[in-house]
Design a protein. Structure first.
Ligand code: APR
Length: 320
């Protein structure tokens, strides 16, 4: 059987980390794409030279022409610019929208059957625009945000409870940004919901609120420390789990920015919700009951995302 082909559109910090992870996990061959000449070729060669040590057979190549991604099974998009300290994800909109137009054209021409995972920020608006620019089915264009946000949430919770990260489950809803909605009552330690853990004296409501806020600010905390760019290890690991779910038809339930066609009362917008990812792409959007307070937070998150997509249509009216 032929090996899977995984195209990475953007070969910067996240792109390079993705390529390395694809190799280490032996998920398939990698084509790194970038507009910067030499960058994808150099990273591809560097990682390929680690393959004898780590024992993987992925072939890694770098290209500056979209023809190189032809026939890709999965495309992971990080092309664009990341944040610098003081910038919000939304400040990236104008520049990265133009990048999505180019990437969309490349996908349409060379990889129309691929499962596409977008990471470029501001995520919910960029994945929405990328789906429109590429014309690929919305089941095959999805945004990576919720896996990362919930992974950050899980990590902070595991630290607080002094238990293994493996035993903490958590998920967040809504847009990737300040309006994300961490779902306290659906987050657990080995099945015990967080509100019960408060009752059991494992933590306090105040401490949980602080962890929720730290999760919301998780990206900004890293930007503040790095100063020259944004997070890349955890975003890459999160996108790889989504790619793996698709390639191995795992039917994983993951929070992703998915196209809503009426679920949660939302139509034609991409926003973070739990979905099932398998060989059919986004096979199902899971609609959970929200409490009044959760619904309110979710609605304002959706409104924030819709504000950004409207800003996109002002720049590119044909997206409307
Ligand atoms: N086409 C292809 N690649 C492009 C284009 C374009 N039009 N414009 C920029 N790039 C490339 C850059 O040359 C760079 O190599 O995208 C890459 C982005 O890499 P980094 O600057 O290292 O950014 P990274 O940390 O990988 O983040 C990428 O993901 O999380 C988001 O906010 C983040 O939007 C940012 C994206």
């Amino acid at each position: 059987m032929a090996r899977n082909k995984i195209a990475l559109i953007g070969s910067g910090m996240i792109g390079g980390t993705l390529a390395h992870l694809v190799g280490l996990k032996d998920l398939g061959d990698v084509v790194l794409f970038d507009i910067a000449e030499g960058l994808p070729q150099g990273k591809g060669l560097d990682i390929a030279q680690s393959s004898p040590v780590d024992g993987f057979d992925s072939r890694l190549t770098g290209v500056n022409d979209y023809a190189g991604i032809e026939g890709a099974d999965v495309c992971i998009v990080t092309a664009g610019v990341p944040r610098k300290p003081g910038m919000s994800r939304d400040d990236l909109l104008g520049i990265n929208l133009k990048v999505m137009e180019q990437v969309g054209a490349g996908l349409k021409k060379y990889a129309p059957k691929a499962f596409v995972i977008c990471i470029t920020n501001p995520l919910d608006a960029m994945v929405w625009a990328l789906q429109k620019f590429s014309g690929l089915p919305s089941s095959h264009v999805v945004g990576m945000a919720g896996v990362l946000d919930s992974s950050r949430f899980r990590y902070f919770l595991a630290e607080e409870f002094k238990v293994s990260v493996e035993d903490v489950t958590a998920f967040v809803l809504g847009g990737h940004g300040d309006s994300m909605v961490p779902m306290i009552r659906y987050s657990t330690v080995a099945g015990i919901p967080l509100p019960d853990l408060v009752k059991m004296g494992w933590t306090s409501k105040e401490k949980l609120d602080q962890i929720v806020q730290r999760t919301r600010d998780g990206g900004a905390e890293i930007v503040g420390l790095l100063k020259t760019g944004s997070a890349y290890y955890a975003p890459a690991a999160s996108a790889i789990s989504m790619a793996e779910a698709y390639l191995k038809d795992k039917k994983r339930v993951l929070p992703c920015a998915a196209h809503l066609s009426g679920q949660y009362g939302v139509k034609g917008t991409y926003v973070g919700v739990p979905v099932v990812i398998g060989a059919g792409g986004v096979e199902r959007v899971i609609e959970i009951d929200l409490s009044k307070a959760e619904q309110k937070m979710f609605d304002s998150s959706v409104a924030a995302v819709q504000g950004l997509t409207e800003a996109c249509t002002k720049i590119a009216p044909h997206l409307a």
